[in-house]
Design a protein around this ligand. Structure first.
Ligand code: 8X3
Length: 251
């Protein structure tokens, strides 16, 4: 019987690449996100791997919508082997004194509270089966802080603390908790961060080769294919041209 996984924020970027990787690994998948059309397109692609796919279109910032989507699942679908907490974003890149409240709320409500609400629903079911694996998609910003990264970095520092806290709380229940912390990954990330300004977004990756979404999915594949007694606590994955959040080498 196929294993089951849920991937949040699966409609693009790292989430989508992870869904494709997990389909190749024979997982039946629940893919969540706000953009229903994109989820349908991805589901069609995933089904070519002869797996079952369930679409859950909802905004993870809305706890009631998240609960409703979860409650609508069958008993079988709720039995997840893997949860990939991928939904997350950076909104804005302003110094703290100029930050926009809406950006801060969007990041905190998605990166922290969204991750929490899904985790709160999924973990009791994993505990019942005494197994499971939660992978939090974090960032180099979970351990470093850079100019104008303030609230985004704080949200990823929170993901780091929650990953550690979850690992401790779920230890007696045989549940693995991992995080993957990439540096620059070229997805829609920077376009979203700069509120759709493609010129600014392109500049982020100018003169260097960033990671791509498949590079991160490869790392997640390594995590989910370890034997049951091995857990990757955290993996810091960087482009060769990036030594830290602030040191890059550009040609
Ligand atoms: C994305 C990487 O360097 O923009 O999380 O924080 S960075």
């Amino acid at each position: 019987m196929n294993k089951r996984a849920m991937i949040t924020g699966a409609s693009s970027g790292i989430g989508k690449a992870t869904a494709l990787m997990m389909a190749r690994n024979g997982y039946n998948l629940i893919i969540t996100g706000r953009r229903e059309k994109r989820l349908h397109e991805l589901a069609d692609q995933l089904k070519k791997s002869e797996i079952e796919v369930k679409i859950m279109p909802f905004d993870i910032r809305d706890p009631q919508a998240t609960r409703n989507a979860w409650n609508a699942l069958s008993k079988e679908w709720k039995q997840l082997d893997v949860l990939v907490n991928n939904a997350g974003l950076a909104a804005g890149a302003d110094p703290i004194q100029e930050g926009r409240w809406e950006d801060w709320e969007q990041m905190i409500d998605t990166n922290i509270k969204g991750l929490l609400s899904i985790t709160r629903l999924v973990t009791p079911e994993m505990i019942k089966r005494n197994k499971g694996h939660i992978i939090n998609v974090s960032s180099i910003a979970s351990s470093e802080v850079y100019a104008n990264g303030n609230v985004y970095c704080a949200s990823k520092h929170a993901v780091h603390a929650l990953t550690k806290g979850m690992r401790i709380d779920l230890l007696p229940h045989n549940i693995k908790v991992s995080s993957i912390s990439p540096g620059m990954v070229e997805t829609e990330f920077s376009i979203v961060r700069y509120h759709g300004d493609k010129g600014k977004a392109d500049k982020v990756y100018e003169g260097l080769t960033p990671l791509n979404a498949d590079d991160v999915a490869d790392a997640i594949e390594f995590m989910i294919t370890r034997p049951s007694h091995v857990n990757v606590n955290d993996m810091l994955l960087m482009p060769t041209a990036q030594a830290s959040a602030v040191y890059n080498h550009r040609e």
